[in-house]
Design a protein around this ligand. Structure first.
Ligand SMILES: Cc1cc2nc3c(=O)[nH]c(=O)nc-3n(C[C@H](O)[C@H](O)[C@H](O)COP(=O)(O)OP(=O)(O)OC[C@H]3O[C@@H](n4cnc5c(N)ncnc54)[C@H](O)[C@@H]3O)c2cc1C
Length: 439
C-alpha cells in the first residue's frame, strides 16, 4: 500500500477550498475524493431543455473579505451584483410586502400593523428591564420582535421551513440570517414603503451565465489531485483507511470529512456508543425542489418570494431568470420552488407537483392559460440541519472523537452548521490551516 497521505472526502466547496489552500501553501501530499462525476456538491446547477436550476437557488453574499476576494477572482467577468427584490406573499390579504416582514409592515391591514408595533414596544420594554433571556427559538422571536411579529409571520414561517416547532430549536445560528432592523426602522417601515433594504442579502451576486456552478468549477480547475466517481463506503478506524466502492483502499494520515456528520456512524468502524447516540440525536430536514419551465416571458419582476401560509406547500420560490436571463430559453420563464420535509413532516411525493402548481395559480404567478414546458424535481436531503436544543452537545461529542482519530470536519454538513457557500469555503480553509499547523 502506498504511503499515507492526507485525504479530503467530498469535492463540494468545503473540500475544494481545503485542497486549494493546502496547494497554495505548497503542499502536494493530499487527495480529494468525490462521489459524483463533477465536483461542486450542492453548489452545482442542472441544465434541462435549456433551463438551468441550482440545487435550490444559490445567491452569493458575504462579509468575509477574503472569501469575497476569492469568489470575485474565481468568477472574473462572470459576476453580476444585484439589489434584492424579495417579497412575502399574503394570500389572506392578496398582498405582497417586502422582505424582511418586520422591516416592511407598510400596506398590511391596520390591526396587524398595530399588533406588530404594540408587541414590539412591549418586547423592547421587557428587554430594557433585563427580561430577555430566551431559552429557545420561539422565545427568541417573541422576546426580540414581540408577539405580533412572531405570531403573524415569523413563527408560521419557521414551522414551514424547519418542519418542527420553533420552541424545540436553539437560536445560536441566527447571527445575520434573520434580519434584525432596529426599532426606529421597523416603525418607519410601518409608516411608509420608502425605506431601504436591510439584511445580509440586500445586495447579492450571481453569475451572468451557467448558474452557480461556475464557482466550484473554477475552484476545481485550480486543484490538481481530484478523483471523481470515488464513493467512500467505509472509514476503518483505528487503522485509518478509507475504502471506496470500487474496492480501492487509501491509507490516510489526516482526513478532512465534509460528508454529513451523522452518516459517520454508518461509514466508520468502531464507533463508540456515546458517538453513535450523538449521531442519532442530530436532526435535519430535506428540500424537495419543484422546478417549472413556463412558456411566457417575464412572469414576475421579483427575485424570490416567501410563503408562510399553510395552503402553499412551498415556503419559498425563486425566479431564476431575474438572477440571470441565461437560466431560461429565450421568451420563457422558470419558477424554482422549495418544499421542506423531514421525519416529522414526510413528503407526499404523489401530490407534490400538483400542489405546487395549484399554489402558484392561487398566488397568481401562473394562470390556467400558461403552458408548463418542463417539470423538474430534485431532492436535497439533508438540506438544512435542525438546531435542536442538544445540537451543540451532540456535535461536540462527535467532532472530539473524530479529532482523536485524525479526522477533521469541514463544510455545511461536516461541521453540521447553517453554513452558506462563503462559510463552507472558509471552513475548508480552516481545515487546511489546522492540517498545516499539525505538520
Ligand atoms: C436549498 C439550499 C439553498 C442554499 N442556498 C444558498 C445560497 O443562496 N447562498 C449560499 O451561500 N449558500 C446556500 N446554500 C448552502 C451551500 O449550498 C453550502 O454551504 C455549500 O454548498 C456546502 O458545501 P460543502 O462542501 O460543505 O458540502 P456539499 O456541497 O454537500 O459537498 C459534499 C460533497 O461530498 C460528496 N460526497 C457525499 N458522499 C460521499 C461519499 N460517500 N464519498 C465521496 N464523496 C461524497 C458529495 O457528492 C458532495 O460533492 C444552500 C443550501 C441549500 C440546501
Amino acid at each position: 500500500m502506498p504511503a499515507r497521505q492526507d485525504v479530503i472526502l467530498g469535492g463540494g466547496l468545503a473540500g475544494l477550498s481545503a485542497a486549494y489552500h493546502l496547494q497554495l501553501a505548497g503542499q502536494s501530499d493530499w487527495q480529494v475524493y468525490e462521489r459524483e462525476q463533477l465536483p461542486g456538491g450542492l453548489a452545482r446547477t442542472v441544465e434541462v431543455d435549456g433551463y438551468r436550476f441550482d440545487y435550490g437557488p444559490h445567491i452569493l453574499f458575504t462579509i468575509d473579505k477574503e472569501m469575497e476576494e476569492l469568489i470575485r477572482d474565481l468568477l472574473g467577468d462572470n459576476f453580476h451584483a444585484q439589489e434584492r427584490r424579495a417579497y412575502i406573499y399574503h394570500e389572506a390579504h392578496d398582498l405582497y410586502t417586502q422582505f424582511p416582514f418586520q422591516g416592511h409592515l407598510y400596506g398590511l391591514p391596520i390591526p396587524i400593523v398595530r399588533d406588530c408595533l404594540v408587541g414590539l414596544v412591549k418586547a423592547v420594554e421587557a428587554q430594557a428591564r433585563g427580561e430577555f433571556e430566551p431559552g429557545n427559538y420561539e422565545e427568541w422571536m417573541r422576546g426580540f420582535f414581540g408577539d405580533g411579529i412572531a405570531d403573524h409571520l415569523m413563527i408560521p414561517y419557521a414551522k414551514k421551513i424547519w418542519t418542527v416547532e420553533p420552541s424545540t430549536m436553539d437560536f445560536s445560528w441566527i447571527g445575520r440570517r434573520v434580519p434584525t432592523p432596529d426599532v426606529e426602522r421597523i416603525v418607519r417601515g410601518a409608516l411608509t414603503d420608502e425605506v431601504g433594504q436591510v439584511g445580509a442579502t440586500s445586495h447579492f451576486w450571481y453569475t451572468k451565465h451557467g448558474g452557480i456552478e461556475p464557482l466550484p468549477t473554477a475552484l476545481a480547475a485550480r486543484i490538481e489531485n481530484i478523483h471523481l466517481e470515488k464513493t467512500a463506503i467505509r472509514i476503518e478506524l483505528p487503522e485509518k483507511n478509507v475504502v471506496f466502492a470500487d474496492g480501492d483502499i487509501v491509507a490516510f494520515e489526516n482526513l478532512v470529512y465534509t460528508l454529513p456528520l451523522p452518516f459517520i456512524v454508518k461509514i466508520a468502524t468502531h464507533v463508540p456508543p456515546e458517538v453513535e447516540r450523538a449521531c442519532q440525536g442530530l436532526r435535519y430536514q430535506g428540500i424537495h425542489c419543484v422546478n417549472l419551465g413556463i412558456d411566457r416571458e417575464a412572469i414576475s419582476d421579483k427575485h424570490w418570494i416567501y410563503f408562510y401560509e399553510d395552503q402553499f406547500p412551498f415556503h419559498r420560490l425563486s425566479l431564476p431568470a431575474n438572477f440571470s436571463p441565461d437560466t431560461v430559453p429565450a421568451g420563457k420563464s422558470s419558477i424554482a420552488t422549495e418544499v421542506a420535509f423531514s421525519d416529522v413532516r414526510p413528503l407526499d411525493l404523489n401530490s407534490a407537483v400538483d400542489k405546487t402548481i395549484a399554489g402558484l395559480k392561487a398566488a397568481k404567478l401562473i394562470t390556467d392559460d400558461d403552458q408548463i414546458d418542463l417539470v423538474h424535481t430534485e431532492e436535497i436531503h439533508p438540506a438544512y440541519i435542525i438546531y435542536d436544543l442538544d445540537h451543540a452537545k451532540n456535535v461536540a461529542i462527535i467532532r472530539d472523537w473524530l479529532r482523536d482519530n485524525g479526522i477533521l470536519t469541514a463544510g455545511r454538513f461536516g461541521e453540521w452548521q447553517y453554513f452558506n457557500m462563503d462559510h463552507s469555503m472558509r471552513s475548508g480553509k480552516q481545515a487546511a490551516e489546522a492540517l498545516l499547523a499539525g505538520r
